[in-house]
Design a protein around this ligand. Structure first.
Ligand code: FDA
Length: 575
């Protein structure tokens, strides 16, 4: 008939989806469609203006997902932001470009993913990147990098914003971190992140605009005749070819049912593959609406089971963020922008209490695994225990960073935000459909602070954050603590007092992952090492859903690399 038909359909024109769209459509013999629920935001200042981080949150280009009340974290639900635009969450995020730790990416291979390790991913970090080397002036303000760790001919502009904060901020900050035992890290993107750094961002320095995945991967190739973009179009579910009688044949998606901008429901057909890139809080829901998931959940909503896949939507992991704020002295010149991050390992954070903390977490692993498996109902104690043991080793043996503190002075208000989060929380939760109506809200439960390690880490880091503001010479620029303030959390507050305040004020760090995790099925995987959904013949997931466990960096750099690798794997299959 007249129904549109393509070789590949990509659901979600976000951070990852547009990478795949660009690379697959390089071959002019294949046709590609991208289905995106949002619109073009090329001239939305909340997207483009590099100084407006946060302004897009809560607007029409934020999906504004919401968790259920968090029973281990004070009871309140949490707002979960995600971008609804061509470019997805790369349109609304903080633009931070920081990758991961070598040891944690190397573990991907250990959980059933042949070929996924730091060295192989490094090739793709570089392939995606176009590093704009810092100018001499920017280097004076702390911008630094090592050329061998960066790409020079990829689509994504990475670098430092045009104007950067003055020396009167970065100098004292660096001296304060040194006084606290934390060295300057001149290349945090080479797999070893501990230290203080002035990080690069996804930014087009010459144009002084945010570099989102649209500007990097879509607009330069938007005229390709073999690439169609469906904007304001919401993908509801996949439809399937009739079951084949061939032995070993797996169900194959024939297309995607979408709701168009004018409210009509139609199907777009796929000859080869459907690639889900709708983000970790959406791709697992599309799988469930399409009959791939835990049969008990699907049946409850009257959805026929196409593939029994019990771990879809399980293993949800996020981090928790706390903001502290200070007033800055009037004499401080805060003109310009820059990103300052400090990465601390468990030794830095726990100091002389390290060995007792180590012993208490070692003793808790089994109990953590039992409680997590129990809360899930489908993931096993033994698989969870294996993950927790690996995470324990990363923290206490490899000593990779466990806490990140971001220092953000604001020129307009002469104020300082000190923001921090735990990089490797143990708590895990889930996301599932709550209706057979694809646009109905899901049940999202990250189980924030369910396991004691997470709050211990957060309160110790809170004390470190306060120490940064109170340690010379940076303390000379700081006037008063506004949040929490000493009347709320006193200078000698107990762990319990800190924990109570933290639970009343934390937010999601928006680094949701693992809801369709890439790992072996015994361990709870949903996709294999080719990112193909287990049990299907032609459905892949390429977005943050597949990341099996947290990375110490921020997610986009790693997602661009994953999507680049995914595109190569898809091309190789049909070559
Ligand atoms: P992404 O969300 O980018 O793409 C999914 C796309 O699918 C969206 O365009 C969406 O509209 C579309 N979609 C969803 N459902 C659909 C449907 N049913 N039909 C059609 N389309 C659909 N990372 C970082 O590296 N540095 C940083 O500074 C920050 N800061 C930060 C701040 C904030 C506020 C947030 C929310 C997140 C960050 N992050 C970040 C995290 C990072 O930006 C995020 O993890 C990735 O951009 C996610 O990329 P994905 O490709 O997984 O999904």
């Amino acid at each position: 008939g007249n129904s549109p038909r393509y070789d590949y359909i990509i659901v979600g024109g976000g951070t990852s989806g547009l990478v795949v769209a660009n690379r697959l459509s390089e071959d002019c013999n294949v046709t590609v469609a991208v289905i995106e629920a949002g619109d073009v935001e090329l001239y939305n200042p909340n997207v483009t203006d590099t100084s407006r981080y946060g302004n897009a949150l809560g607007t029409a280009i934020d999906w504004q997902y919401k968790s259920i009340p968090q029973k281990f974290a004070g009871g309140a639900p949490q707002g979960l932001s995600a971008g609804k635009a061509l470019g997805g969450t790369s349109d609304i995020n903080g633009m931070t470009y920081l990758r991961a730790e070598t040891a944690q990416i190397d573990l991907w291979e250990q959980v059933g993913n042949d070929g996924w390790n730091w060295n192989s991913l490094m090739e793709y970090y570089k392939k995606s990147e176009h590093m704009q080397p810092p100018t001499a002036g920017q280097m004076l303000l702390g911008a630094s990098y090592e050329p061998e760790s960066h790409g020079t001919s990829g689509p994504l502009e990475v670098g430092w914003t045009k104007s950067m904060m003055g020396r009167e901020v970065v100098g004292p900050l660096n001296e304060t971190f040194t006084a606290l035992g934390l060295p300057f890290n001149k290349e945090p993107n080479a797999g070893s992140m501990r230290g203080f750094n002035v990080f690069p961002k996804s930014v087009d320095r010459a144009r002084n605009v945010r570099e989102d995945s649209g500007r990097a991967y879509y607009w330069p190739i938007s005229e390709r005749p073999n690439l169609d973009l469906y904007l304001n179009t919401f993908a509801e579910r996949m439809v399937w070819h009739p079951a084949s009688n061939e032995p070993g044949a797996k169900p194959k998606a024939s297309g995607v049912v979408v709701m168009t901008a004018n409210g009509t429901c139609t199907t777009i057909y796929a000859n080869r593959e459907v690639i889900l890139s709708a983000g970790s809080l959406r791709s697992p829901l599309i799988l469930e609406q399409s009959g791939i998931g835990n049969p008990a959940i699907l049946k409850k909503h009257g959805i026929d089971v196409v593939v029994d896949s019990p771990f879809v939507g399980e293993n949800l992991q996020d981090q928790t963020t706390t903001d502290m704020s200070y007033t800055m002295s009037n004499s401080t010149n805060l003109t310009g922008l820059a990103g300052y991050a400090a990465y601390f390992n468990v030794e830095d954070v726990f100091g002389s209490d390290l060995s007792s903390f180590n012993a208490s977490i070692a003793r808790s692993i089994r109990n953590y695994a039992e409680r997590t498996a129990n809360a899930s109902g489908t993931i096993s104690v033994s698989a969870t225990e294996k993950f927790f043991q690996m995470q324990y080793d990363l923290i206490f043996k490899n000593k990779i960073p466990i806490s990140e503190i971001i220092i953000a002075p604001a020129a307009a208000t002469k104020s300082l935000t000190v923001e921090y989060w735990g990089l490797l929380p143990f708590s895990r939760g889930s996301i599932h459909i709550n209706s057979s109506n694809a646009s109905a809200p899901a049940t999202i439960d990250p189980n924030y602070f369910m396991l004691d390690y997470d709050i211990q880490q957060q309160l110790r880091t809170g004390r470190m954050a306060r120490a940064v503001a109170n340690t010379a010479p940076f303390s000379d620029l700081v006037v008063d603590e506004v949040t929490p303030g000493l009347s709320t959390v006193s200078a000698n507050a107990s762990d319990a007092e800190w924990a109570e305040w933290l639970k009343s004020t934390y937010r999601s760090n928006f680094h949701y992952i693992a809801t369709a995790a890439m790992m072996s099925q015994e361990l709870g995987g949903v996709v294999d090492s080719n990112l193909t959904v287990y049990g299907t013949g032609n459905v892949r997931v390429v977005d943050a859903s597949v990341v099996p466990f947290q990375v110490c960096g921020h997610l986009t750099s790693t997602l661009y690399a994953i999507a680049e690798k995914a595109a190569d794997m898809i091309k190789a299959k049909y070559a």
